[in-house]
Structures are given as C-alpha cells and as structure tokens.
Design a protein around this ligand. Sequence first.
Ligand code: ADP
Ligand code: NI
Length: 213
Amino acid sequence: MSHLLSQVEQLVKTKFMDQEGSHDWHHIDRVRKNALLLQRTSGGDPLIIELAALLHDYSDHKYNGGDFEKGSQEVYELLIQLHAPEPLAHKIAQIVSIVSYKGAGVNDDCTILEGSIVRDADRLDAIGAIGIARAFAFGGSRNRALYDPSHPPTLHESKEAYAQDKSHTINHFYEKLLLLKDRMETPAAKQIAAQRHAYMEAFLVQFMQEWNP
Ligand code: ADP
Ligand code: NI
C-alpha cells in the first residue's frame, strides 16, 4: 500500500469510527471494496479510486451544516498537506464533489471514469439490505418517523430542496433509493443494483401490507 494511501486510511478510520451506523467507517470501507470490485471490469486508476472512496464523505453536507463545496475543498487541502502531487489532489477533490446525490430532478452526468466508479460504489451501499438498514439508521439519528401516509414523497429539482427536506424514511426510498438503479453508470454496478433493487421493492410491499392489515 502506498504511504499516502495508508495515511489517508488511518485518518479516515479515526474520523469515522464513532459516527452513526449509516455513515461510519464500515460504510467507507464497503464503498472502497465495492469501488475496487467495479474497477476490475471497468478499469480506471486503482490509487485514485481507492483514495476517492476513502475520502468521499470526508466533509459531507449532511454533517457539515449543509455546505456542498466544503467536502472537496477540505479533501484537496488534506492531500496537499500530506504531500500528494497537486494534479492527484485536484482530481480526487473533483471526484468527491460529484459523488453526492442531489435530488431526483438534478442531472448528475459524470465525465471522470474513476468518479463514476466511486459514485456507483457509494450508491450500491445505499440500496439492498444494507441500504434499508442505513436509511432507518440515518432516519433514527435525525428523529424521523418510519413512515407517515399523509406526507407523500417529493421529486426534488434542486440540491437545496433535497437537503432541506426532513420527511419520514419511507419517502427516502421514493426520493432516492429506488431511483439509483437507473443512475448507475458502470455495467457491473447496474447488474448488482438490479438484484438489490428487487429486494427493496419486496421490502416495501411487505412493509405496506403490515401497515395496512
Ligand atoms: P450521498 O452522498 O449520495 O448523500 P451517502 O453515502 O453520504 O450518499 O449516504 C446517503 C445515505 O444516507 C442514504 O443512502 C441513506 O441511507 C441515508 N440518508 C440520507 N438522507 C436520508 C433521509 N432523508 N432518510 C433516510 N436516510 C437518509
Ligand atoms: Ni457515502
């Protein structure tokens, strides 16, 4: 492992160890593993992919008071401080800025291969069994209801509207999680996503059956 990589791994591990379950070190580590798995079939520079995966949530808007730009700035400064070459720091910062989901109606085309891979990997961890567990862990951490039939989902047209919405966790499935399958960019992620998507749909059917007996 490169010296830079092991330094970043250690820093991120320390920073995320005690975060709540939806965004803890294990999430970061799963994204890294998913990303390296996707790299095997889609290509891309493994060092860039691994560093970007480790740093993708370094200063997330959901945890930093709503600043969408801060994450990539902090990542850039950190890498420069660790003596990473400037073009590498620049590229990783660019990738970090495109990873986050910004709402159903917000276009998120990506032109950097390594960015598509890290984002697909992050999105794979948002769906399926782990995705369900993470959504309710996050909702619980913000005191949100599991479900409220009187509050239907909103397909947000801006990242600000998406970030400000504080609705119940079942809405998050319709506002983000069920939309991710069709937003995957790499072929391997599309394939894994299909199975995880079907699992979430079955979960929602069962949830509604139990809610409305
Ligand atoms: P992104 O950068 O796309 O926001 P993250 O990896 O930071 O992705 O994590 C997003 C995850 O946090 C979601 O997949 C979900 O598990 C959880 N989450 C975020 N917003 C909500 C919400 N409103 N309700 C429930 N879970 C949420
Ligand atoms: Ni993430």
